[in-house]
Design a protein around this ligand. Structure first.
Ligand code: MLC
Length: 557
C-alpha cells in the first residue's frame, strides 16, 4: 500500500530526483542510501539523522537538533526552554540522553531510541504519495548565543528553511553531480541548511564523516586518486569529492596536518582538491584569514575559497560568486537572490544608500547589516523582548528589518561582478565585514559564544569575585575565549588540585560539567583589579589590549 507524505517542497524535490542516485553515505562504513529509499523511510518515520529531520518535518513538528558534546545541564536548558515533547537518540548517544532525562526536566519528554539503518533497500518509486498542502507548521529550532546571557531558540518554519535553500542551489549551482563531504556538527545552520537541505533540493550526494578529523578528511579526499598499491589508506568510498563547506578553523587544521601525511597521500590529496576535482570549497561562520585562503589556493593549484556571510536567524545572506574573480579577498560578496540588505551607519543611524558609501571626510562608512525577506527566521522562541530589540520597523511599509549586529562596508571592486551567468545577483559593490557591534559576541572555531553567559558561569564559581570575558585574537581559532578574573579573598588556594594558587586548570575542571567545551575560556588571567569607567562599565577592547598582550599574536599564522 502506498504511504503518504505532505507535499512539502523538499519532498517534491526528493521525489523528482533519480531514485537510484545516492543521497547519503556513511563515510567510515561505506553504507549508502538512495534517493528512492529516502521518502519511504521518512514515511515510516524511521531512524537515522537525515531521515529523522525529514520525518519530523513530515509530522508538521519542530526539530531541535542537540549536540552530544554539550554537558547535560546545557541540554536540559534547551529541552526545557523549547518545551520539547520527545527526546530522540541513536544507541551511540543513549547514555547522554539518559543523563539529560535524569536532570529533573520541567516536563517529561517521551524517549525514542533510534534504530540503525543499513541502506541499500529497494529504490522502486511510486510507493510514496505526496499529498495535501505544501506548507505546514513544522520546522527547525536552533539555539544560538547572543548578547543576552542564555542561548535563544531561533524558530525556522519549514517555509523559511525552503526559502533559505533555494538561493544556495542557484548561487552555488548545486547539482545531482555534486558529492559533498560533510564534517560539520548538525545543530547549526551551516551543517543543516547549507550542507544537507540545499543539496537535497538539488539531488546531490552527502557523505557524512563526523566528527572532524584532519587525517581522515585528507584520506577521504585522496581515496579516488591513490594508486591501488595504497589500498590500506583507502576509505571504502571512492567517488571524488566535489563540494566542501566548512569553517576557517577546519581549513587551518587541514593545512597544518598536510605536511605530516605520507608523500603518496599528499600527491593524491593535492589532486583531489584542485579546481578540476573539488568544484567548490566554501568557508563561513567566521572570517577567513587571508594567509589561510592563500595557502589553500597554493596547495590546491588554484582553488580559491568562496566566502559567504550568514547567521542562524537568517540562513545565508551574502555570498561571493562562482567565478574565481568573484571570490574577492576579505569580501563576503553580494546579497543572495531574494535577500534584501541595507547598511545603517553605526554613528549617524542613517541608511547608507547606494553611492553614499564614502563619508564627507573621505572615509568609508561602517554600517550595521540589516536584512529582510523570506529567508529571515520567524521568532525567538518565547522571547518577545529580544524580538523587539533585534528588529526595526521599516519606513516603506514592506516589513520590519532584522538587525544582525554585524558591521560592514560596501565597496566597488572593478575586477569582480562580470560573470554573465550570475548577473542577476553577483554584481555591483561588494560587502566586506568589519566586525561585530557588540564586544560581547565571540566567534571561536566558527562557534558563537556569549561573553555574558560565560561570565555568569564564572561568577557562579565560589573562587571568583569579578569576571570579564573577552575575545582574544587567534590564528587557529579566529578568536579565543579569554577571561580576566579577580579571586575572592581567602579563596586563592581553595579546591586547587595542583597545590598551587587556584588557576586555569581548576577553572576548566569546574566548568566542564556545566557549559559546552568551546565556551570554556582557553586563556585565563587572574588580576587584582579590572578597570571600569564612571558608569561601572568595563571597556573590553582596552582590557584585551592591556591584559592579553602576548596571546594576541600567540598562534597567528
Ligand atoms: C573545540 N574546542 C574549541 C572549539 N571546539 N575551542 C574553541 N572553539 C571551538 N569551536 C576545544 C575543545 O574543547 C578542546 O579542548 C580543544 O578545543 C581541542 O578540541 P578538538 O577536539 O581538537 O576540536 P574539534 O572538536 O576538532 O573542533 C574543532 C572544529 C569545531 C573546528 C572542528 O569547533 C567545529 O566543528 N566547528 C564548527 C562549528 C560550526 O558548525 N559553526 C557554524 C555555526 S552557524 P580541550 O580542553 O579538551 O583540549 C553560523 C552561521 C553561518 O555561524 O554563517 O554559518
Amino acid at each position: 500500500m502506498a504511504s503518504t507524505l505532505p507535499r512539502l517542497p523538499v519532498f517534491e524535490a526528493i521525489a523528482s530526483h533519480d531514485p537510484r542516485s545516492t543521497v547519503a553515505i556513511h563515510s567510515i562504513s561505506g553504507r549508502r542510501f538512495a534517493y528512492g529509499e529516502l521518502l519511504k523511510d521518512v514515511a515510516e518515520a524511521r531512524d537515522r539523522l537525515l531521515m529523522t529531520l525529514l520525518s519530523i518535518l513530515a509530522m508538521h513538528s519542530i526539530a531541535v537538533p542537540l549536540s552530544a558534546a554539550f554537558p547535560a545541564p546545557e541540554l536540559k536548558y534547551i529541552m526545557d526552554h523549547s518545551q520539547a515533547s520527545m527526546l530522540l537518540s541513536s544507541a551511540k548517544f543513549e547514555r547522554k540522553a539518559q543523563e539529560v532525562l535524569d536532570e529533573a526536566l520541567e516536563a517529561t519528554p517521551t524517549f525514542v531510541k533510534l534504530k540503525k539503518r543499513l541502506g541499500g533497500g529497494s529504490t522502486a518509486d511510486g510507493s510514496v504519495v505526496l499529498r495535501g498542502p505544501s506548507d505546514g507548521e513544522g520546522g527547525m529550532m536552533l539555539y544560538t548565543s547572543g548578547t543576552t546571557n542564555r542561548p535563544k531558540g531561533v524558530l525556522l518554519p519549514q517555509r523559511v528553511m525552503t526559502a533559505q535553500c533555494k538561493p544556495l542551489v542557484k548561487a552555488w549551482e548545486y547539482s545531482p553531480g555534486d558529492h559533498l563531504l560533510h564534517v560539520l556538527p548538525l545543530h547549526h545552520i551551516h551543517g543543516t541548511i547549507n550542507a544537507i537541505l540545499a543539496p537535497l533540493f538539488a539531488g546531490a550526494t552527502i557523505e557524512f564523516l563526523f566528527p572532524f578529523n584532519a587525517t581522515a578528511v585528507w584520506s577521504r579526499f585522496a581515496a579516488p586518486f591513490l594508486s591501488t598499491g595504497n589500498s590500506d589508506l583507502k576509505p571504502p568510498t571512492k567517488e571524488k569529492i566535489t563540494f566542501f563547506t566548512v569553517v576557517p578553523t577546519v581549513y587551518n587544521r587541514l593545512l597544518s596536518t598536510f605536511p605530516d601525511l605520507p608523500v603518496s597521500l599528499q600527491n593524491a590529496a593535492k589532486q583531489a582538491i584542485s579546481p578540476q576535482n573539488l568544484r567548490l570549497s566554501i568557508s563561513g561562520s567566521a572570517a577567513l584569514p587571508t594567509p589561510t585562503k592563500k595557502a589553500w589556493t597554493d596547495l590546491s593549484s588554484g582553488n580559491v575559497i568562496l566566502e559567504r556571510y550568514g547567521m542562524t536567524e537568517v540562513g545565508m545572506a551574502l555570498s561571493c560568486g562562482l567565478a574565481p574573480s568573484d571570490r574577492v579577498d576579505g569580501s563576503v560578496g553580494w546579497p543572495l537572490p531574494t535577500v534584501e540588505v541595507r547598511l545603517v551607519d553605526t554613528e549617524s543611524g542613517e541608511i547608507i544608500h547606494p553611492g553614499e558609501e564614502v563619508g564627507p571626510d573621505g572615509r568609508e562608512r561602517d554600517g550595521e547589516i540589516q536584512l529582510r525577506g523570506p529567508t529571515i527566521f520567524q521568532e525567538y522562541w518565547h522571547n518577545e523582548k529580544a524580538m523587539r530589540e533585534e528588529h526595526v520597523e521599516s519606513e516603506d511599509g514592506k516589513g520590519r528589518w532584522f538587525k544582525t549586529g554585524d558591521v560592514a562596508v560596501r565597496r566597488a571592486v572593478p575586477s569582480a561582478g562580470h560573470n554573465d551567468a550570475q548577473r542577476d545577483w553577483a554584481q555591483g559593490p561588494m560587502y566586506f565585514i568589519r566586525g561585530r557591534k557588540s564586544a560581547d559576541i565571540i566567534k571561536s572555531g566558527g562557534e558563537k559564544v556569549s561573553a555574558l553567559e560565560v561570565e555568569r558561569e564564572l561568577l557562579s564559581l565560589p573562587q571568583i569575585a569579578e569576571a570579564a570575558v573577552v575575545a582574544v585574537s587567534s590564528g587557529k581559532w579566529g578568536q579565543k575565549v579569554g577571561a580576566v578574573v579577580i579571586l575572592k579573598k581567602g579563596m586563592e588556594w581553595s579546591e586547587s588540585r595542583s597545590g598551587k594558587r587556584w588557576g586555569p586548570l581548576d577553572m576548566r575542571r569546574a566548568l566542564k560539567e556545566r557549559i559546552a567545551p568551546y565556551k570554556i575560556p582557553q586563556v585565563l588571567k587572574i588580576v587584582d583589579e579590572i578597570p571600569r569607567n564612571a558608569m561601572g562599565k568595563i571597556n573590553k577592547k582596552q582590557l584585551v589590549k592591556s591584559v592579553f598582550v602576548e596571546e594576541a599574536s600567540g598562534d597567528e599564522m
